[in-house]
Design a protein around this ligand. Structure first.
Ligand code: NAD
Length: 257
């Protein structure tokens, strides 16, 4: 049995991942706003510290796996909070738990990014100054150019930065014996997608778009990949991003990969 921390464990992909891990006999330490072993708000520094310390307490400083799922969708009105949770909160948790993962057995981490991470290039990412300075008060203005769609801009930019952050850690984490990968889902049936689909700005696009596999993904289909990436069969898989979107990326960008 290994010990795995899962953020966003109370709902959607995180809950499906926690269930799958527990069913396979692993010990799960869930982190979420509520209904979790470690209640914590990853939008702010205190909550991030509480999340890391809460997990470290429960695992005695030794962790075999981490799945970072907690996140907000583009429909959330507080656009700064989208990037605060999806980028800054996630990076704080993976970095904060890295020392514990180094002590784990065949340790690995999976970060849930999004296919939206591919919607802009890093060179065009409006969050770079906020990221380089650590000044989260810059986020709202940085994404204001998105106008009515600044939530989507904050979401895509935050996820783009998150995938870059993972790839930039590949050398250090690999040398430390901890594998780290991202999963980039397309539309997956969760409360986050339902809320985005109800938003007048995004609903039509979600309802009207048909992927080559003409349905939304199921949370457990993302959880299955996350669990594979944590496990021994993925021993040489590191620093990679796996798009799981029913073929939308291939449909829209067949020559870009
Ligand atoms: P969800 O809303 O079902 O679950 C997200 C979880 O994150 C919730 O339990 C929520 O309470 C938690 N969370 C939100 N803000 C938090 C905070 N400040 N502190 C701690 N926990 C917080 O959504 P989901 O679809 O399962 O999303 C999981 C991840 O998958 C997210 O990172 C999301 O961006 C990503 N994703 C989802 C989709 C999709 O279509 N559902 C697509 C691409 C990527």
């Amino acid at each position: 049995m290994s010990t795995v921390a899962v953020t966003g464990s109370a709902s959607g992909i995180g809950a499906a991942t926690a269930t799958r891990l527990r069913d396979a006999g692993h010990r799960v330490i869930g982190v979420d706003l509520r209904s979790a072993d470690v209640p914590a708000d990853l939008a702010a520094t205190e909550g991030r510290t509480a999340a890391v310390e809460g997990v470290l307490d429960r695992c005695d400083g030794v962790l075999d796996g981490l799945v970072a799922c907690a996140g907000l969708g583009p429909h959330v009105d507080d656009v700064a909070r989208i990037a605060q949770v999806n980028y800054f909160g996630t990076v704080a948790v993976i970095d904060g738990l890295f020392p514990a993962l180094r002590k784990g057995t065949a340790a690995a981490a999976v970060v849930v990014s999004s296919v939206a991470s591919t919607h802009l290039k890093w060179e065009e990412n409006p969050l770079t100054e906020a990221i380089e300075t650590g000044d989260e008060s810059l986020i709202a203005e940085a994404v204001a150019a998105g106008g009515d769609y600044r939530g989507q801009f904050a979401y895509a930019a935050g996820k783009n930065a998150l995938t870059v952050a993972v790839r930039r850690r590949a050398a250090e984490w690999g040398a430390a014996g901890v594998r780290l990968n991202t999963v980039a889902p397309g539309s997956v049936d969760t409360p986050l997608l339902a809320a985005t689909a109800e938003d007048p700005r995004y609903g039509e696009a979600i309802r009207g778009f048909t992927a080559p596999i003409p349905r939304h993904g199921r949370p457990d289909e993302i959880a299955a990949l996350a669990c594979y990436l944590l496990g021994p069969d993925a021993g040489f898989v590191h620093g990679a991003q796996f798009v799981v979107d029913g073929g939308i990326d291939a449909l829209l960008r067949p020559t870009v990969f």
